[in-house]
Ligand binder design. Structure first.
Ligand code: SF4
Length: 322
């Protein structure tokens, strides 16, 4: 694959900007993701905030990519998705950092966080890592806003998909992420992921660490419980009770939001309504991140409010288990 050619008429995500990411940036133009053809990374390091079959004891080996095709207004990683924090790197330099992480921290997998606008680089990187003997599961940590075509091209370079299903409500998707078509696009994307990899294997075989499959995440947003309830129903109807699902409460306002609902954390009552609905539907494999009762500690200690200006962006290494 010619890396440069892949970025000249960019249709890597459903935004289909058709930007020339090689030359347009010289005129100050970039696509919705905000990135040129230069690979940029904000952080490489072990992360303990994923679900237990992903983080395990030693952590998941995360690589945070700069920029984002979705750019939700409330993004918890605002510094890198909206403000472009990160540094240019070559694949070889990145490979060295990942190898160091594997050798020194013994992470259980390699976890690419929001990499879809750099898929051509990523496929070469995975080939490089495998060539160098890293045989850990390759995890794609995605927004759910991917085209089926892009996912088909990823198939041989991925073992585990961790997609979000953020919105069932097209108007909410339009208001918060400028993509009214998110609900349909994400359902088609998840169907493709499941057809490629099946459901997360560790849940079906009872082993502690996942090696292959799909785990869906849904973040309950404050004031938007109806969206969550419909999203959960849709997932259940489409994929059934065995679909592995992670229900998350970690939302916290990072920048001031136009929609005032989003200027506070989700309440216990709101989260409980979503959680009760998931249980009533009958999901068999549910990870639950309950809201923290100690809201005073939340901002300072939360492992879900990273500061990517720090060499260690995640202050706490604990995740709430179901
Ligand atoms: S990856 Fe970026 S430039 Fe390419 S289509 Fe998506 S938003 Fe546009």
């Amino acid at each position: 694959m010619d890396l440069i050619e892949s970025y000249k008429n960019c249709v890597l995500c459903p935004r289909q900007c058709r930007m020339n990411r090689v030359t347009d940036s010289a005129d100050g133009k970039v696509g919705h993701c905000g990135e040129t053809h230069q690979l940029r990374i904000a952080h490489v390091g072990p992360h303990f905030g994923e679900e237990p079959p992903i983080s395990g004891k030693n952590g998941s080996g995360t690589i945070f990519f700069t920029g984002c095709p979705l750019k939700c207004s409330f993004c918890q990683n605002h510094q890198i998705s909206h403000r472009g924090l990160g540094s240019g790197t070559s694949l070889e330099e990145l490979g060295v950092k990942i190898t160091y992480m594997v050798d020194h921290h013994h992470v259980h997998n390699i976890n690419f966080v929001t990499p879809d606008h750099f898929f051509p680089h990523l496929f070469q990187l995975v080939s490089l890592l495998r060539r160098d003997g890293i045989d850990l599961p390759m995890v794609y940590n995605l927004s759910g806003y991917q085209s089926v075509e892009a996912l088909k091209s990823a198939r041989e370079y991925v073992d585990i998909y961790l997609p979000d299903y953020k919105y069932s409500d097209a108007l909410l998707a339009a208001a918060l992420s400028k993509c009214r078509n998110y609900p349909q696009i994400a359902l088609e994307a998840i169907a493709e992921m499941v057809s490629q990899k099946g459901f997360l294997d560790s849940l079906l075989t009872g082993v502690p660490l996942a090696t292959r499959g799909v785990l869906i995440r849904h973040l309950v947003l404050p004031g938007k419980v109806a969206n969550s309830i419909n999203a959960l129903t849709t997932l259940f109807v489409e994929f059934g009770a065995d679909l592995p699902l992670s229900l998350m409460s970690q939302y916290h306002p990072v920048v001031n939001q136009e929609d005032d609902d989003l200027n506070r954390p989700v309440s216990e009552e709101e989260f409980d309504r979503a959680y009760s609905h998931a249980k009533e539907l009958g999901f068999e494999h549910l990870f639950v991140q309950f809201p923290d009762r100690d809201t005073g500690k939340r901002q300072a200690d939360s492992p879900f409010l990273p500061d990517f200006k720090n060499p260690d962006p995640f202050p706490s290494k604990q995740r709430k288990s179901p």
